[in-house]
Write a protein that binds this ligand. Structure first.
Ligand code: HEC
Length: 155
Protein backbone atom coordinates (compact mmCIF):
# COMPACT_ATOMS: atom_id res chain seq x y z
CA UNK A 1 0.00 0.00 0.00
CA UNK A 2 2.75 2.35 1.01
CA UNK A 3 4.75 1.65 -2.14
CA UNK A 4 1.66 2.17 -4.28
CA UNK A 5 1.20 5.57 -2.66
CA UNK A 6 4.79 6.53 -3.36
CA UNK A 7 4.35 5.39 -6.96
CA UNK A 8 1.31 7.66 -7.27
CA UNK A 9 3.29 10.50 -5.73
CA UNK A 10 6.21 10.04 -8.09
CA UNK A 11 3.89 9.88 -11.12
CA UNK A 12 2.26 13.12 -10.01
CA UNK A 13 5.66 14.73 -9.51
CA UNK A 14 6.77 13.50 -12.92
CA UNK A 15 3.72 14.99 -14.64
CA UNK A 16 4.10 18.22 -12.74
CA UNK A 17 7.68 18.55 -13.95
CA UNK A 18 6.69 17.75 -17.56
CA UNK A 19 3.97 20.42 -17.34
CA UNK A 20 6.50 22.84 -15.88
CA UNK A 21 8.82 22.18 -18.81
CA UNK A 22 6.07 22.50 -21.41
CA UNK A 23 4.98 25.87 -20.08
CA UNK A 24 7.94 27.29 -18.22
CA UNK A 25 7.02 30.35 -16.20
CA UNK A 26 9.88 32.57 -17.30
CA UNK A 27 10.46 35.60 -15.13
CA UNK A 28 12.50 38.65 -15.94
CA UNK A 29 15.74 38.43 -13.97
CA UNK A 30 15.88 41.07 -11.28
CA UNK A 31 18.67 43.60 -11.63
CA UNK A 32 19.25 43.18 -15.37
CA UNK A 33 19.64 46.94 -15.64
CA UNK A 34 23.03 46.57 -13.99
CA UNK A 35 24.20 44.29 -16.85
CA UNK A 36 26.27 45.66 -19.71
CA UNK A 37 24.07 48.05 -21.68
CA UNK A 38 24.20 48.80 -25.39
CA UNK A 39 24.20 52.24 -26.93
CA UNK A 40 20.76 53.79 -27.44
CA UNK A 41 19.20 52.45 -30.63
CA UNK A 42 16.48 54.20 -32.60
CA UNK A 43 14.54 52.31 -35.28
CA UNK A 44 12.50 54.56 -37.56
CA UNK A 45 11.20 51.80 -39.86
CA UNK A 46 7.56 51.49 -38.85
CA UNK A 47 7.31 47.94 -40.21
CA UNK A 48 9.92 46.74 -37.72
CA UNK A 49 8.99 45.01 -34.47
CA UNK A 50 11.48 47.34 -32.80
CA UNK A 51 10.10 50.58 -34.26
CA UNK A 52 10.96 53.02 -31.49
CA UNK A 53 13.89 53.16 -29.10
CA UNK A 54 15.63 50.23 -27.49
CA UNK A 55 18.56 49.22 -25.34
CA UNK A 56 20.14 45.77 -25.16
CA UNK A 57 21.36 44.36 -21.84
CA UNK A 58 23.78 41.40 -21.73
CA UNK A 59 24.88 39.46 -18.66
CA UNK A 60 28.51 38.49 -18.07
CA UNK A 61 28.24 35.18 -19.95
CA UNK A 62 26.51 36.85 -22.89
CA UNK A 63 29.18 39.57 -23.05
CA UNK A 64 31.84 36.84 -23.33
CA UNK A 65 29.77 35.36 -26.17
CA UNK A 66 29.63 38.68 -28.01
CA UNK A 67 33.39 39.11 -27.55
CA UNK A 68 33.95 35.63 -29.00
CA UNK A 69 32.15 36.68 -32.20
CA UNK A 70 28.64 35.60 -31.18
CA UNK A 71 29.28 32.17 -29.73
CA UNK A 72 27.31 31.93 -26.55
CA UNK A 73 27.64 29.57 -23.57
CA UNK A 74 24.66 27.79 -22.02
CA UNK A 75 22.83 30.15 -19.64
CA UNK A 76 23.77 33.40 -21.43
CA UNK A 77 20.97 35.99 -21.17
CA UNK A 78 20.23 38.97 -23.40
CA UNK A 79 17.36 41.40 -22.83
CA UNK A 80 15.93 44.19 -24.98
CA UNK A 81 13.97 46.99 -23.34
CA UNK A 82 11.81 48.79 -25.83
CA UNK A 83 10.20 52.26 -25.71
CA UNK A 84 7.76 53.97 -28.04
CA UNK A 85 8.53 57.20 -29.82
CA UNK A 86 6.23 59.96 -28.64
CA UNK A 87 6.94 63.28 -30.29
CA UNK A 88 10.67 63.90 -30.01
CA UNK A 89 12.70 60.74 -30.85
CA UNK A 90 15.58 62.09 -28.76
CA UNK A 91 13.53 61.31 -25.65
CA UNK A 92 12.42 57.78 -24.69
CA UNK A 93 8.62 57.52 -24.90
CA UNK A 94 6.60 55.15 -22.69
CA UNK A 95 8.03 51.67 -22.18
CA UNK A 96 6.37 49.26 -24.58
CA UNK A 97 7.80 45.76 -24.05
CA UNK A 98 10.74 43.70 -22.91
CA UNK A 99 12.07 40.59 -24.67
CA UNK A 100 14.62 38.04 -23.56
CA UNK A 101 16.74 35.29 -25.07
CA UNK A 102 18.30 32.75 -22.74
CA UNK A 103 20.63 30.08 -24.08
CA UNK A 104 19.11 26.74 -23.17
CA UNK A 105 19.82 23.61 -25.18
CA UNK A 106 16.36 22.17 -24.46
CA UNK A 107 14.86 24.68 -26.93
CA UNK A 108 16.10 23.15 -30.18
CA UNK A 109 13.16 24.45 -32.23
CA UNK A 110 14.41 27.97 -31.64
CA UNK A 111 18.12 27.41 -32.16
CA UNK A 112 18.93 26.40 -28.58
CA UNK A 113 17.58 29.67 -27.18
CA UNK A 114 14.51 30.22 -25.06
CA UNK A 115 12.71 33.31 -26.37
CA UNK A 116 10.27 35.13 -24.09
CA UNK A 117 8.29 38.33 -24.16
CA UNK A 118 7.02 40.63 -21.39
CA UNK A 119 4.76 43.65 -21.20
CA UNK A 120 5.91 47.05 -20.00
CA UNK A 121 4.98 45.90 -16.48
CA UNK A 122 7.44 42.99 -16.71
CA UNK A 123 4.68 40.35 -16.76
CA UNK A 124 4.99 37.50 -19.32
CA UNK A 125 3.04 38.30 -22.47
CA UNK A 126 2.56 34.64 -23.40
CA UNK A 127 3.94 34.92 -26.93
CA UNK A 128 4.55 31.86 -29.07
CA UNK A 129 8.32 32.04 -29.61
CA UNK A 130 8.40 29.84 -32.71
CA UNK A 131 5.68 31.76 -34.53
CA UNK A 132 6.49 35.22 -33.18
CA UNK A 133 10.22 35.41 -32.62
CA UNK A 134 12.45 32.92 -34.30
CA UNK A 135 11.82 33.79 -37.97
CA UNK A 136 13.79 37.05 -38.01
CA UNK A 137 16.59 35.68 -35.85
CA UNK A 138 16.96 32.65 -38.11
CA UNK A 139 16.96 34.80 -41.25
CA UNK A 140 19.32 37.50 -39.99
CA UNK A 141 21.73 35.61 -37.76
CA UNK A 142 21.87 31.89 -38.51
CA UNK A 143 25.69 32.20 -38.72
CA UNK A 144 25.89 34.20 -35.49
CA UNK A 145 24.18 31.87 -33.04
CA UNK A 146 20.84 33.57 -33.88
CA UNK A 147 21.91 36.75 -32.10
CA UNK A 148 21.53 39.72 -34.43
CA UNK A 149 23.41 42.38 -32.48
CA UNK A 150 27.18 42.16 -32.14
CA UNK A 151 29.87 43.35 -29.75
CA UNK A 152 29.95 46.64 -31.69
CA UNK A 153 26.58 47.53 -30.17
CA UNK A 154 28.27 47.68 -26.76
CA UNK A 155 30.87 50.30 -26.08
C1 HEC B 1 10.77 41.56 -37.26
C2 HEC B 1 11.95 40.78 -36.93
C3 HEC B 1 12.11 40.33 -35.47
C4 HEC B 1 11.21 39.62 -34.72
C5 HEC B 1 9.84 39.08 -35.11
C6 HEC B 1 11.84 39.44 -33.41
N1 HEC B 1 13.08 40.02 -33.39
FE1 HEC B 1 14.36 40.02 -31.83
N2 HEC B 1 15.63 41.20 -32.90
C7 HEC B 1 15.42 41.64 -34.19
C8 HEC B 1 16.51 42.54 -34.58
C9 HEC B 1 16.68 43.21 -35.94
C10 HEC B 1 17.37 42.61 -33.46
C11 HEC B 1 18.66 43.43 -33.34
C12 HEC B 1 18.38 44.74 -32.68
C13 HEC B 1 19.63 45.58 -32.58
O1 HEC B 1 20.62 45.31 -33.27
O2 HEC B 1 19.62 46.52 -31.80
C14 HEC B 1 16.79 41.75 -32.43
C15 HEC B 1 17.36 41.55 -31.18
C16 HEC B 1 16.82 40.78 -30.18
C17 HEC B 1 17.46 40.52 -28.92
C18 HEC B 1 18.87 40.96 -28.51
C19 HEC B 1 19.86 39.92 -29.03
C20 HEC B 1 20.01 39.95 -30.53
O3 HEC B 1 19.62 38.97 -31.21
O4 HEC B 1 20.53 40.96 -31.06
C21 HEC B 1 16.58 39.75 -28.19
C22 HEC B 1 16.80 39.24 -26.78
C23 HEC B 1 15.42 39.52 -29.00
N3 HEC B 1 15.59 40.17 -30.22
C24 HEC B 1 14.32 38.77 -28.62
C25 HEC B 1 13.19 38.59 -29.40
C26 HEC B 1 11.98 37.92 -28.95
C27 HEC B 1 11.78 37.29 -27.57
C28 HEC B 1 11.10 37.95 -29.99
C29 HEC B 1 9.67 37.46 -30.00
C30 HEC B 1 8.78 38.16 -29.11
C31 HEC B 1 11.78 38.63 -31.10
N4 HEC B 1 13.03 38.99 -30.71
C32 HEC B 1 11.21 38.80 -32.36
C33 HEC B 1 14.39 41.28 -35.02
C34 HEC B 1 13.27 40.59 -34.62
Amino acid sequence: MKSRLSLVVSVVVLFASIAAFAAPAVLLPKGYRSWKKSERKVVTDKSSLFYGIHYIYADTKAMKGYQAGNRFAEGSRIIVEHFNIKGNPAVDGPKNMVVMMRKDKRFQKTGGWQFSGFGANGKPSGIDPVATCFGCHLKDASQRDFVISTVKDFK
